[in-house]
Structures are given as structure tokens and as C-alpha cells.
Design a protein around this ligand. Structure first.
Ligand SMILES: C[S@@+](CC[C@H](N)C(=O)[O-])C[C@H]1O[C@@H](n2cnc3c(N)ncnc32)[C@H](O)[C@@H]1O
Length: 288
């Protein structure tokens, strides 16, 4: 892994690091750039302007350039017709990956974002970048949006999925997609933040054999509670509690333990330079 280039480091992550007005401030920042007319219609220039804000103003919880390249390279290899991201924030990954999907000949990039204010920022920056033909922003909790997109026929299969939302929901949302038949052999998953803050339940799931997943499913059959694995620190499991209330995950969706995954960690860096990693998981078969 190449060293992190400190010149491009974002400002440090504060105790309160989102949902404090900075997302709207970012829009004003981007639109007041002297080269706004060159930014218009250019995904890479919109990303440059967002990065400039993150470096010179305040931290933004974006995937960033280094981890972003891992997923952009994956898009060029997989050439997904349909890609879904869970958690869009202000649209950095959406613009980077939506552009890559379009360049790879893909048709649709769905960005699922729960917070309506953030979703409005994504839509505004996606429009500025000229990506509205490929990108569709869906406002609401990911599980509700996945079910609706499936039942109204807008989402029939997921070729590539980027997981970057509420950390305890990575596993429950993946199981929901498996259950609906959206993830099948050939589907690929890229999960952010598996080192910082980490996601032990998700890594355990995608790295398990079919036999282990079947056994775990039987053992969990009668589990109740809020569905939030105790291995998550409060800081992570309560990250959105102020705005959204306490999380309650649906653990009754059992997924499809018969899917065979091959999974590996790719080490990289947060945009601040803090080490992190992306877990790349390929669905390579299904055992009957
Ligand atoms: C780390 S940020 C996403 C960053 C973005 N992917 C990027 O790299 O530019 C996480 C986002 O997930 C959203 N989120 C959290 N829980 C969610 C849920 N259940 N459904 C949809 N979005 C959710 C948050 O509002 C936040 O904007």
C-alpha cells in the first residue's frame, strides 16, 4: 500500500463532525468557487471542490480519494449495469462512482440516503456534476428503500453494492438483499470502514462458509432485542441517535446462507490519513 500523501489530508475529525450545518455550507463553498463554470458538468472538478472544502474548512465523512480509487477500479473491472450505495452523505462517493459506472457503460447508480437534507445536497451536487441521467437518489432508511425499489420493479438485481451507512445495518441490509434475490452469484460488495471504526459482525458474515452461515442462522433464529451487535462501540451504534432515535434493526430477515462468498480486505486510508480498509466480497456461487 502506498504511503498516505499528507498534502491532501482533510481537516481532523471533530467530536461533532456532521449534521451541524456544514453540509449546506459546503454547497455555498462549491458555488462560490471562482471556476464554477468549469466545475459545472465535470464530476472530477466537483470532487476537487469538495476535497478543497474538506482540507481547508471542515472535515467531511467522505470515502475520500484513496479508498475511492479501490472502488472505482472495481467498477471498471466489474462493469456493473446497476450499482447501489447505502449511505450517500453529501454525494462524494455518489459522484465518483456514478461517473465510473457511466464510463463503464452502466445504466443506474442508486444512492440511498436516510437524511433528507443530505439527500438534497447530493441531488444538487449530482446535478452540478451532470450525472442526473445515471444517478438516482433515494431518500429514506436503506431497508425501507431497498424493499420499495424491489417491489416497484426499479431494482431487480444488484451487480455492485457499496456499503457505507449505519455500521450495524451492513449485515441486516445484506441479508435483506440476499432474501429478495438481489444478490446472486456474480454480485460484488464493497464495504467501507471495516477497520475504522470496524465491523466485526459483517466481516464474520461475509468471511463465513455456507456451513458456518447455516449454523449461525439456526442459532440466531429466536434472537430478539434491537439487533445491534454488542461488539459495536456506543459511539458507532448511537452515531445517528440524536437525529433518528435509537436504532432497531430487523433481525428476522434470514438472508441466503447458501451463497458462497470470497472476501478480502484492501488496506487504505481515510481522507484524514487515518488507516482504514475496504472489504471486497465476491459472490462466486450458491450451494443447494
Ligand atoms: C459515512 S456517510 C456516507 C459517505 C458517502 N458514502 C461518501 O463516501 O461520500 C454515512 C451516511 O449514511 C447515512 N445513513 C445512516 N444510516 C442510514 C440508513 N439506515 N439508511 C440510509 N442512509 C443512512 C447517513 O445519514 C450518512 O449520510
Amino acid at each position: 500500500m502506498p504511503d498516505f500523501d499528507q498534502k491532501k489530508a482533510y481537516s481532523e475529525q471533530e467530536d461533532v463532525f456532521f449534521d451541524d450545518g456544514r453540509e449546506i455550507e459546503l454547497l455555498h463553498f462549491v458555488h462560490s468557487r471562482p471556476n464554477i463554470e468549469e466545475i459545472r458538468g465535470s464530476p472530477s472538478r466537483v470532487l476537487e471542490a469538495i476535497d478543497e472544502y474538506g482540507r481547508t474548512k471542515r472535515y467531511l465523512m467522505n470515502v475520500g480519494e484513496d479508498k475511492g480509487k479501490i472502488v472505482s477500479d472495481l467498477i471498471a473491472e466489474v462493469r456493473p449495469e446497476t450499482m447501489v450505495e447505502l449511505g450517500g452523505y453529501i454525494g462524494y462517493s455518489c459522484i465518483l462512482f456514478g461517473d465510473a459506472v457511466r464510463k463503464a457503460g452502466g445504466k443506474r447508480f442508486f444512492s440511498l440516503e436516510r437524511n433528507p437534507e443530505f439527500a438534497a445536497v447530493i441531488m444538487s451536487l449530482v446535478d452540478l456534476a451532470g450525472l442526473s441521467d445515471v444517478v438516482k437518489v433515494i431518500v429514506g432508511p436503506s431497508d425501507v428503500s431497498i424493499k420499495r425499489l424491489y417491489s416497484n420493479g426499479m431494482l431487480k438485481h444488484i451487480d455492485l453494492m457499496f456499503l457505507d451507512h449505519y455500521k450495524p445495518a451492513y449485515t441486516t441490509d445484506l441479508k435483506l438483499c440476499e432474501h429478495l434475490g438481489l444478490i446472486t452469484p456474480g454480485s460484488v460488495l464493497a464495504a467501507d470502514n471495516v477497520i475504522k471504526p470496524g465491523n466485526p459482525p459483517y466481516l464474520e458474515y461475509v468471511r463465513s462458509s455456507v456451513k458456518e452461515k447455516r449454523a449461525a442462522m439456526e442459532a440466531a433464529a429466536n434472537a430478539d432485542g434491537d439487533g445491534v451487535d454488542a461488539r459495536f462501540a456506543d459511539k458507532t451504534s448511537k452515531q445517528y441517535a440524536k437525529r433518528e432515535g435509537e436504532a432497531k434493526l430487523d433481525t428476522t430477515v434470514r438472508g441466503n446462507p447458501n451463497l458462497v462468498y470470497e472476501s478480502k480486505l484492501v488496506n487504505s486510508y481515510e481522507p484524514t490519513g487515518v488507516p482504514d480498509g475496504v472489504e471486497i466480497t465476491r459472490c462466486v456461487g450458491e450451494e443447494k
